[in-house]
Ligand binder design. Sequence first.
Ligand code: GDP
Length: 293
Amino acid sequence: MSAHRCGTIGLVGRPNTGKSSLLNRLVGQKLSIVSNKPQTTRHLITGILTRDDCQYVFVDSPGNPPQQKSVLHRALKRRFVEAARDVDVVLFVVEARFGPEDRAALDRIPASQKVIAVVNKIDLLKNEAQMIPFLDRLSKTRAFEAIVPVSAHTGRNLPALLRAVREALPEGPAAYPPDQLTDRDERFLAAELLREKLFMEMGQELPYRCEVVIESFKEEGRLRRIEATILIERDSQKAIVLGKGGERLKRMATAARKDMERLFGGKVYLGVWVKVRRAWTDDVRVLRQLGYD
Ligand code: GDP
């Protein structure tokens, strides 16, 4: 058998190319948030896939943040750059087209970095031969280790992608226990699940600047008691989040609690509050609490 390998993998690309979906599909459990809205993945999330001959440690990145001036966006931008710099290989995820935003994302990856181009969503093509000219063009944009067309939805070609990734990783023993799916703690995952429900339930209505903070997380025997706050920026947003008679908030909290119970394997009490904090995206203290510093 060939030598064991282990290394870190960053997912980079413009928003909506399917990076979160790909990570979930590869790691086999829902860990990072998936949504139709760009910019929902604000945190770096690692998912870990352990195979006999290789351990893959995935680091998700918050897409390619737009040029905005708030503290939050600056923090996002820094994380983006870090994701592309501190890993053994970057998966540059595109759809079967290459626009200016893709170009910008690719240009941010340092020249010395190993990069594999992943062409996602090929299930949307009527005919796979259609993408040949695109693959040809893509291959001229950079010296990729490999170019792998895949579908995160159907799972097509993912084994080939994992083989290509393995090739790019250094030899070495596994860095994490085999049953570990993420090195994020439950507190973080609880916030992610609640945030995902907000995005799913509210879609376009939801202001981008809306964040979930876990105020307390206590384990009482088999029960986890979690108090969370949804931070919004304006009073007028409160009614939107609460819905008529608080129904909407209740629905989101229930869905999040069920997901937490499934993920943590035990009962969860979840209390959710909505609070207004003006311009929190420029509030350094709040950002620090959220882990952006
Ligand atoms: P990210 O912003 O790059 O993390 O993208 P997401 O993983 O959130 O996906 C963005 C959208 O593309 C979602 O609506 C996904 O369901 C969809 N999507 C992701 N992968 C595929 C795929 O392989 N095929 C199709 N048809 N849609 C996909």
